[in-house]
Design a protein around this ligand. Structure first.
Ligand SMILES: [Zn+2]
Length: 491
């Protein structure tokens, strides 16, 4: 249960011009041998649906943006060269080579002399006291190398997209209902329903101020135009927007993590964990593991399930010529999770405590027979042929998401994922659903964590380190403890 399914989400972007509503920021900038006061718009940058952090924000001159050349165009796969002796900037890509000179409006595109529009020329710009960045006109270069540039004044964002990401669709259905529900001190769920299929969506997080934006390219918005005030759980508003080409849902909050899961073809839920109220903090010192007695009735027992075992090795990796098995890493992390939970006074049972084999039926039976409050299975992911795939994901089975003991498996999975990401700093691949044999047979909230990819060298090296295993265990334990707070066991 560790193969990654790849899916392609078509990304769609709409066109707005630089809007007057763009937020202004006051900065002192040094360029052309003088200090200038800048109070123009400040934009975020999203390249192929990834938010890109740059040492210098895009600067707007004559309604056109200058952006740091290296961070942006290397993100797009171009090669960037700057020659300080003659102040020439070269952007080399598969589709075009562009040569520009600082403060010169003549550029050479594939050797052809070309005027840069509106005299928005490349400049060396520094924030007061900082080092100068090479800033170039984003639209001129992007369009020369076949990328689309879109200014979205509604959310102060510049989108740069390669053609592959730019799949336009006809509006085929409408969003009819958007319902936010506060689910915790720092979490909110937004239920989005449409009167037809939600075939794709494009989420991204922006900062300063923080927002989660989810665009629905194929959807319009029915009669719900009002913003929804929340003012709880770190969320101020859920806003809705529409133009002829797409519907948009914006959650105004500093976003810690989020997941989006389809409920049906025409409904999905957006779960957002915000950065207010750090949820759990605790001593990470751990005591030596002890053999755990059976928990007395009425207590909240946790069952941890280290994936695979004995003849079932799970996923197989190699590092420095050595063969590494999923079953061994999973057991090491399971032991550390047990230690942390026990150190916090929580009773834990393991489905296997050494390299033995337990069937997929026996594992949930252990939890069911022990009347456990929570079941968590720990696994390591793998994918063939994509060495760059990395990150953490947590599953639950929709067939076992009943409101058991006051919470759900979805909530357990979300809590575990958000605390894992916070502790491990790994890529957040989201909460997912799958009918795993172990989780679906449990009678209590159950989740299955895929810690990281055994096929990714960096992540594998991390997962073999004691330190990272403890961070992983800490995240799983915190997620379990958060969920236990909402659980009341029948007496
Ligand atoms: Zn596995």
């Amino acid at each position: 249960m560790s193969k990654l399914k790849l899916s392609v989400i078509a990304i769609f972007i709409f066109v707005l011009s630089v809007a007057a509503s763009a937020s202004a920021e006051q900065m002192m900038l040094e360029y052309d041998g003088a200090t200038h006061f800048y109070d123009g718009a400040v934009y975020n940058l999203v390249v192929n649906s990834h938010t890109v952090e740059t040492p210098m924000e895009p600067i707007i001159f004559n309604d056109r943006a200058l952006v740091p050349v290296r961070e942006i165009f290397e993100e797009m796969g171009a090669q960037v060269n700057y020659n300080p002796s003659n102040q020439e900037v070269e952007v080399l890509s598969d589709s075009a080579d562009i040569l520009m000179t600082i403060n010169d409006n003549i550029a050479y595109v594939n050797g052809t002399r070309t005027a840069i529009p509106d005299d928005v020329v490349p400049k060396l710009i520094a924030k007061a006291g900082g080092s100068a960045k090479t800033m170039v006109p984003v639209r001129f270069i992007s369009e020369s190398i076949g990328m689309d540039v879109v200014f979205d004044g509604e959310i102060n964002t510049i989108f740069i997209n390669s053609d592959d990401y730019n799949v336009k669709e006809q509006t085929s259905a409408f969003i009819t209902e958007v319902t936010p529900t506060v689910t915790g001190d720092n979490s909110i769920r937004v239920d989005v329903k449409a009167d037809g299929a939600i075939s794709n969506y494009s989420p991204f997080v922006l900062t300063d101020p923080g927002r989660l934006v989810v665009d629905f390219p194929s959807l319009g918005l029915a009669n719900i135009i009002d913003n929804i005030a929340v003012n709880k759980a770190g969320v101020t508003t859920v806003r809705l927007g529409v133009n002829p080409e797409r519907a948009r849902v914006v959650v105004d909050a500093e976003v810690e993590s989020y997941t989006i899961n389809p409920v049906s073809e025409s409904e999905l839920v957006i779960d957002v964990v915000t950065k207010v109220n750090p949820v759990v903090s605790m001593d990470t010192q751990v005591a030596a593991a002890v053999v755990n007695p059976q928990a007395p009735s009425g207590t909240k027992l946790v069952v941890l399930d280290a994936g695979h075992g004995q003849q079932d090795s799970g996923a197989i990796g190699t590092l420095d010529g050595q063969t590494i098995l999923e079953k061994d890493i999973a057991l090491a992390i399971t032991y550390k999770t047990k230690e942390i939970l026990e150190n916090n006074g929580i009773s834990v049972i393991l489905t296997r405590s050494d390299d033995t084999f337990k069937t997929l039926q026996e594992r949930p039976e252990i939890a069911n027979n022990a009347n456990a409050a929570i079941f968590v299975s720990i696994h390591i992911n793998s994918v063939e042929g994509i060495l760059t795939a990395n990150g953490t994901e947590v599953y639950y089975a929709e067939s076992n998401n009943g409101n058991t003991y006051g919470t759900t498996s979805a909530n357990l999975a979300q809590n575990i994922l958000s605390r894992m990401i916070a502790n491990m700093n790994s890529t957040n691949r989201g909460v997912k659903t799958a009918e795993h044999a172990v989780t679906k047979r449990c009678l209590m909230p159950a989740a299955l964590a895929e810690v990281g990819f055994i096929t990714n060298e960096t992540e594998l090296r991390n997962m073999l380190s004691n330190d990272y295993q403890y961070k992983t265990a800490q995240g799983i334990a915190e997620g379990i403890m958060m969920t236990l707070e909402n659980i009341t066991m029948p007496r």
